[in-house]
Design a protein around this ligand. Structure first.
Ligand code: ATR
Length: 275
């Protein structure tokens, strides 16, 4: 029987998830549909989808925290992320919440771009939901340190304090980055939505370091441009992360791991937007 999946968010019309999952399903021969739901009353919408035979959902802005609360059980990654981007209906009728965003980021960096994180100095910009979601998978790669810097310093300090059992993590404001240098800087702020860039010291990236923007765009984002102007060897946006987090959701639902490379090429035939 055909299995039903969908992505729920608001707005939802620009979501690339239906295209990505259709490509995965075609590639792996899975008998499934994947639609999009404009969420208004999240819990009611989810229950209606499940009552109609739905097996799983991807959850996007602004419902990830609500999905965390709605789940009957949660994976450790979802637990520390405080947010759920993947819901799956288990055979026993319980709704399981997962978060695949951080794994998507780590896979894009390590598998698609061949970067190592162990022993590296990592700087994560922003202390909202996007940043929180990736802390645990990053620390699992055993970096030398993970500094969370935020415009509102107190939020970075609080997040670091809350998650400090997971590894060498600390929090600060942007002005406390003077004199520090990092091998990899990840942008988890929403500054790019309005074309802005967090106020970083120009020398906080080591020469030849890496910049990674969790946002993606067909044009270079403000942060990708900042990386290129400040000595990055590669400065990437989050399209690869988007496809990788989708692949992880697909694997959780279907038990089959799709090949992500052709789907990344499908979405961006011209290759990474880096120059
Ligand atoms: P999300 O769930 O997408 O992370 P969020 O929880 O609203 O959204 O968090 C947005 C993050 O982007 C915050 O860290 C925010 O900084 P503040 O905590 O100081 O508000 C950061 N942010 C948004 N606009 C920014 C800007 N122009 N410059 C720097 N940081 C910005």
């Amino acid at each position: 029987m055909t299995s039903k999946y969908a992505v729920i968010g608001n707005p939802i019309e620009h979501s690339k998830s239906p295209l990505i999952h259709a490509a995965f399903a075609a590639q792996t021969g899975q008998d499934m549909t994947y639609g999009r739901i404009l969420g208004t009353d999240f819990e009611r919408d989810v229950r209606a989808f499940l009552a109609d035979g739905g097996r799983g959902l991807n959850v996007t802005v602004p419902f990830k925290e609500e999905a965390w609360r709605l789940a009957d059980e949660r994976s450790p990654l979802a637990e520390s992320a405080g947010a759920v981007n993947t819901l799956m209906l288990l055979d026993n009728g319980r709704l399981r919440g997962e978060n695949t965003d951080g794994l998507g980021l780590v896979r894009d960096l390590t598998q698609n771009h061949g970067e190592r994180l162990d022993g590296k100095r990592l700087l994560l910009l922003g202390a909202g939901g996007a940043s929180r979601g990736v802390v645990r998978p990053l620390l699992e790669r055993q970096p030398a340190q993970l500094v969370i810097a935020n415009r509102t310093a107190a939020k970075a300090l609080n997040l670091a304090e809350e998650l400090r059992g997971l590894g060498p993590i600390s929090g600060c404001g942007f002005d406390q980055l003077n004199g520090l240098a990092f091998d990899l800087i990840i942008n988890g702020t929403s500054a790019g939505l309005v074309g802005e860039m967090p106020e970083l010291p120009a020398d906080c990236l080591v020469l030849g370091g890496i910049c990674y923007d969790m946002m993606y765009s067909d044009r270079r984002t403000a942060f990708v441009r900042w990386g290129l102007a400040n000595g990055a060897s590669i400065s990437l946006d989050g399209l690869g992360m988007l496809v990788e987090q989708a692949a992880e959701s697909f694997y959780l639902w279907r038990g089959v791991r799709p090949d992500t490379a052709p789907v990344i090429r499908l979405l961006r035939p011209q290759g990474p937007v880096t120059e």
